[in-house]
Design a protein around this ligand. Sequence first.
Ligand SMILES: [Zn+2]
Length: 489
Amino acid sequence: MFKKILCLSLALFSWAAFAADNDADRLITEALKPSPLETNLRRLTDEVGGRVPGTPAFQRAVDWGVAAFKDAGAESVHTEEFTIQQSWAEGATEMTASLYAGTSFPVHAVSVAWAPALAAAKHVPIVDVGDGSAAEFARVGDIAGRLVLVHSKVLANWDDLFAEYARAPAIIALAVQAKAKAIAFTATREHEILYRHTNSFDGEIDALPQLVVAREDAERIARLLASANPVWANLSIPNKIGPAIKTWNVVAEIRGSEKPDEFVVLGAHLDSWELGTGALDNGCNAALVIDALRAIKASGLKPRRSIRFILFSGEEQGMIGSRAYATTHRSELDKAAGVVVFDAGTGKTTAFSTGGRKDLISAAESMLAPLRQFGADKAIATAESGTDHFDFMLEGVPTFVAEQAEANYLENYHATTDTFDKVDFAQLKKHVAEAAELTFALANAADRVGPRLNRAQIDQTLHESHLDQELKDMGMWDEWANGKRGREQ
Ligand SMILES: [Zn+2]
């Protein structure tokens, strides 16, 4: 009898595994079929363009998302409004450098986003503060009223990018304390590529005017300063700053057949910076979310739990849209079975990061097994802060962020060069298959991939994964520590 039961349960188990594999094959086959993915992304990037919340372009992007979700077969589509505390737009930033000898030359520069404006100022002395460390500031001495030039290294990998963000708050604090007029950060890209950087984390206006200066121009100024030539700047940073703005997340749904109140989120941010057209960051993955919905609907499969496909706004200003969603829907989060996010261009997926949770690895890897053909079947217990899973992670919901190869992402990151031509569509199609398969598996599994963690467990995960230090460096830790952000108990 015991043996018979065992055989029967083994048979049931292998039937369930077979059915899941079969579902995965159907989803992957559908996902890889020709679809409107490329046309959708071309419209979003070339026709809508860069999409900063509060601009008409962002409004057009919302219309694009609603229409594309409907065309893909969404059962319902709606928008959810939230507020960003200030609006910001760059004016005609200008900088010229001049020497005693009478030479002057234009400097290619853009304002850092959500940084304050600076009224036109002439003959501002430039001082070189090296890497911007406290020791370098101390060595330079008086910087009151000056433009401080901060060096950087060329962005080569993800760690460099995190370091670029992590070091900025300390540099700004030192510059403010010493009453500098503004900061000029040397661009981390070569070939005079400029990009939109931000050092403000919640849509608030930063403490000091800041520029990103073309690397070649910044290095010329540094050489001139090193050879003892005083160098002055004529500067104008007429940023337009306004009151709070309304913006919208776009949400499409496939309803669950057995547990419609439980849900899985597949998300990517719709907003982008505007120097380029936001193709790699993150238009390609907004289009991916829509194409994953299409693939799931076209497969004819019905998930047990509902799936919410969300295009977030306000990500670039500090994940404000996903934070608003997690906060507004807090009373439902016990029913959130998982959140999947793509936000790293079209480099090959190498793994899915579980926000530091080791307890999810085994169940997640069985869900990811059908993605072995793409090399995307690993789950890793790393944690990161830089995209829209963040507030769900701080609420204890299981999160999965696609870890991707750098490919061409970093050189084009937030830059003038982030355009449609950079997108690797063959790879993006594989990511659509990965997103559809994992999201469906999370929504359809008999048992959830893992429980919602309580505050103490989340806190432990943040420490164990060392995300606590990264958040402290970036000035984001206090909101968690003092209970303003994340799960309350
Ligand atoms: Zn992004």
